[in-house]
Write a protein that binds this ligand. Sequence first.
Ligand code: SF4
Ligand code: SF4
Length: 442
Amino acid sequence: MKAEKMGFNKMNVPCAACFFRMKTALARINTDDEIAEEVYRIIGGKPVDDIHVVHERKARYVDEKKCTGCGECAEKCPVLVSSEYNTGLAEEKAISRRYLQAVPSAFAIRKDGRSPCRAACPAEQRAQGYIAVISEKRFEDAYRTIVRENPFPSVCGRVCKHYCEEECTRGRVDEPVSIMKLKQFVSDWVYANNVTITEKNITFEEETGVKGIKPVAIIGSGPAGLAAARDLAQMGHRVTVFESLPFAGGMMRVGVPLFRLPWKRLDWDIENILDGNIELKTNTRIESIHKLFEEGFGAVFIATGAHKRKKLPIPGSDLPQVLIGTEMLRSIALSKEISLGKNVLVLGGGNVAMDVARTALREDAESVKIACLESREKLPADPWKVSSGEKEDITILPSKSFLEIVSTEGRLEGVRCIDIFSKDSMRTGARKSRKSKVQNAY
Ligand code: SF4
Ligand code: SF4
């Protein structure tokens, strides 16, 4: 058994291969092709034909019917793991033949659970995969690795909330791996080098010759709509995406300021998604889903996004000068006329608030302040966005709650706020009273 585990005996001759091969081959009868078998224990042997093989079944992650065992994948694989069959004394590639005499000889991938970054990512991005490929300077391969799970590398490399980095194990040692910025780097490299990655998907009809499979309608061309279109097209479906705006992208187009996500980069991601199986119809508002079925679609996916937001439930929020952040960004993206005035106060401390404040500065505002519930240290916005905003002269008024938007004869005066004190500051007696005042932002 030990000799089998090590693969070779001391004379460097394959040992016991005939015996164990026969047994593992027998054990494979009626088992799933995509399962890798490993002999775990041998029981019996007396008489010699009364042998029971206890074998472990593991996912192979490689299509055994296609793998010829040539080993080219192992040459390219950038990940080294300790070799089980050398009792951890040597390393092998994460994709490898399980051991030299393995039957069949198809390769298998060894996985040690799910990485924390992948578990935290809404797109289930295998960040460790593309980062390992980047470390070998194989940027085009890294891009291909990213787009297997994430159709928007240029977008997510710039505007993702990157939950992955919050969970990154490396953060416990020093700082998390820059997963998002590495994604941006790779997408920028592919863009700069004009690498084409679109692969034409073939339809069910082309593949099987079966006629009459109905196409799918998708309403909305935001992240959900386009991601669904891509996945369906890769599965062989014909898809039509309907978009009411003149361009695709949804919230990525009208909810993110240009200085954070240039449109040409968004267009690049979208062009890489669209292929012969996907038809995009812009300037087309869908009023009736029943009509889509009557027109011959077999399924409809509604991916219209969440563009409508609620105003704060405080007096004065209905004044015409009070705008909702996402609607303001949308109006600017659609080149609609809006007047912000000279002084702008943004309520909220998240990433959208930062985007709105920085956009206001780029419009006609002269002074922009942000008032938010959280303390300066606990702002929900990304720290780099906060410091970028401060460098642009945006004033942050932390620890405020909003009571009322104050106006006189229709003219906006400001926002009445109440200071919020943390439990700690109350306990230490640093601040003993709360005071209410109008924050004169206008
Ligand atoms: S940056 Fe965003 S999309 Fe990319 S791995 Fe992290 S959470 Fe996922
Ligand atoms: S170190 Fe960070 S980026 Fe790498 S696999 Fe672990 S969680 Fe993911």
